[in-house]
Design a protein. Structure first.
Length: 115
C-alpha cells in the first residue's frame, strides 16, 4: 500500500520464514503470541483456547508452512477465480482496512467482503 501501513502490519511475516520461527514463537510459554493477541484485544480465554491448538511444535510448524510456501512465490499469481468470502474485522492488527478492501482487485470469481 502506498502509505506503508500494510508493510508495517505485515513486517513479522519475514520472520516467519526463518527456520527457528516456531521455537521462537513458542518460547517463554508463547509470550510473543500472547502479548500480541492481548494488545489486539483478544480475551485471555480465547488466547488460551487458540494456544491449546497451536501452542505445540508440530501445530506451529504446520501454521508457519503457509508463510514459508507463500514466501517462495516471487511472481504474480494472477486473479483468483474461485468464489471468495473475506471475513475481516477492524481489530485485525495484521491486515488493515485498505488492504482488506483492495483484496477484491485480485479476484475474478465471485467476491464478497464482510467486515
Amino acid at each position: 500500500m502506498p502509505d506503508g501501513e500494510q508493510a508495517r502490519r505485515s513486517r513479522h511475516h519475514r520472520a516467519f520464514l526463518e527456520p527457528d520461527a516456531g521455537s521462537l514463537l513458542l518460547a517463554n510459554d508463547a509470550q510473543w503470541l500472547r502479548e500480541r493477541l492481548a494488545r489486539s484485544g483478544v480475551p485471555k480465554a480465547a488466547i488460551e483456547r487458540h494456544l491449546s491448538v497451536l501452542g505445540n511444535g508440530p501445530a506451529m510448524e504446520a501454521a508457519l508452512a503457509w508463510y514459508r510456501a507463500r514466501g517462495a512465490i516471487r511472481a504474480p499469481l494472477g486473479a483468483i477465480s474461485v468464489p471468495v468470502l473475506y471475513v475481516w474485522g477492524d481489530a485485525d492488527d495484521t491486515v488493515g482496512r485498505s488492504a482488506a478492501e483492495s483484496t477484491g482487485e485480485f479476484v475474478s470469481g465471485p467476491y464478497q467482503l464482510k467486515s
